[in-house]
Design a protein around this ligand. Structure first.
Ligand code: UFG
Length: 329
């Protein structure tokens, strides 16, 4: 029995592959290497280089492997890009998921853990955000993820398939080995961008707005360590294999940090004075995003181990010092 990880060469997928293998699972990876990296692929997994929109490729892979469950990460994931190229997101993310589900049904695969996002909620109407919060995405990335959740839900209603959708808040940090970590090209995420300054790759951090209605005027986010996130996926998978019912869970630390707080923490971790400038707000940024993670704690028996944001930054720093240019190939 094996677990299929789609997008297993990407940031989150590659960490999940290691987490699964370290727990004794046999892992199969499907990735088209569009945004994933060959270097991030765990050599202990079996790798199929191909696209989830290719039904023939998927059917062939499923016929060769004995897959018990799927963890589905393969997707484009840049909010800004989705605003200028929405069809890319509806094609790769939504259509790709439809094809994956079709191939799963054909091969009678019964469980899927889906990589969703807090972007499904849109502008929050209350904080912390729990799973009953209304879902009104404000960008095609979030809209596509919500559509993927619904595709999975209705497929599950009609067929012998159970699912868990996990809505991530701000995922950060790296594997304790420092061998894999967050590497996007172009990079848009706060922690890797802050760390580019002490690495000499960037002169200063641009803080996107200091006039939000928050304690110091900068945006507040809920940062969750990649290892905690991966553990929740494994718990969700085991929850489904044990025969439990389909559900949706938030994954966040439950704590919020402002950009200034993140900057101070990064200064301490790196022992560098990191200069910054205030620039205009970035379109579509809510002032505050903080998860309620109570449901995942209660039902999955999960809780985050990284509770100090400095430890999250420390782990990212370890990776970025080793790979100052990321995984450029
Ligand atoms: N920020 C800066 N300067 C930068 C980069 C980011 O000030 O150079 C700020 C952003 O404005 C935001 C915060 O840092 O307030 C975090 O930004 P990120 O881009 O790191 O993360 P987001 O909160 O925008 O995005 C995350 C996930 C998305 C998901 C979204 C949900 O990365 O996948 O949360 O709203 F869609």
């Amino acid at each position: 029995m094996s677990i299929l990880v789609t997008g297993g060469a990407g940031y989150i997928g590659s960490h999940a592959v290691r987490g699964l293998i370290d727990k004794g699972y046999d892992v199969v990876i499907v990735d088209n290497l569009e945004t994933g990296y060959q270097k991030a692929i765990d050599p202990r997994a079996r790798f199929y280089n191909g696209d989830i929109r290719n039904i023939g490729f998927l059917n062939d892979m499923f016929s060769k492997e004995d897959i018990n469950g799927v963890i589905h990460f393969a997707a484009n994931s840049l909010v800004g890009e989705s605003m200028v190229n929405p069809l890319k997101y509806f094609d790769n993310n939504v259509h790709g998921t439809q094809v994956l589900l079709t191939a799963m049904l054909k091969s009678k695969i019964k469980h899927i853990v889906f990589s969703s996002t807090a972007a499904t909620y849109g502008e929050p109407v209350r904080i912390p955000i729990d799973e009953t919060h209304p879902t009104h995405p404000i960008n095609p990335y979030g809209e596509a993820k919500l559509m993927m959740e619904k595709l999975i839900k209705w497929t599950s209603t009609a067929h012998d398939l159970t699912y868990v959708s996990l809505r991530y808040f701000n995922v950060a940090g790296a594997h304790p080995s420092g061998e894999i970590g967050e590497s996007h090209n172009p990079e848009t995420h706060l922690i890797p961008i802050i760390l580019q300054v002490p690495l000499g790759k960037r002169e200063k951090l641009s803080v996107f707005g200091d006039d939000y209605d928050t304690k110091d005027g900068t945006c507040i986010r809920d940062y969750i360590h990649i290892e905690d996130l991966v553990n929740a996926h494994i718990k969700a998978l085991e929850y489904l294999i044990e025969g439990n019912t389909s559900d949706i869970f938030n994954l966040g630390s439950g704590d919020g940090y402002s950009i200034y707080e993140m900057l101070e923490a990064a200064k301490e971790v790196t022992a560098f004075d990191i200069p910054f400038e205030i620039t205009a707000r970035r379109a579509g940024d809510p002032a505050v995003l903080i998860a309620s993670n109570q449901k995942a704690k209660d039902i999955l028996g999960w809780s985050p181990k990284y509770t100090d944001v400095k430890d999250i930054i420390k782990s990212a720093w370890q990776f970025h010092k080793k790979f100052p240019d990321g995984f450029k190939e």
